[in-house]
Design a protein around this ligand. Sequence first.
Ligand code: FES
Length: 101
Amino acid sequence: MKHRDTPYTCHVFVCVNDRKGERQSCADGVGTAIKDLLKQKVEERGWKPQVRVSQSGCLGVCSSGPNVMIYPQKIWFGAVTVDDAEAILARVGELIGRADQ
Ligand code: FES
């Protein structure tokens, strides 16, 4: 095993877990749409070298979903809607020193 530092300043995890209605899960909301939108915006803004948006499985806080978590800053956004994407991006912009975009 090789131990390395992550290449990203911010790694944005968007839960897209789908429990198919058996229990609340982030896919009941708009997890996939949020992930797609954040990925698109990060690419458009040229943040990809510093920021990675990844879909994730369950982040362990299903009843608060849809959930987005940012590491290593340990930031958690719950009850996210598509309308929250710009606010999340603004926070990411601050974290990477690109708050002007
Ligand atoms: S299903 Fe998204 S946090 Fe559990």
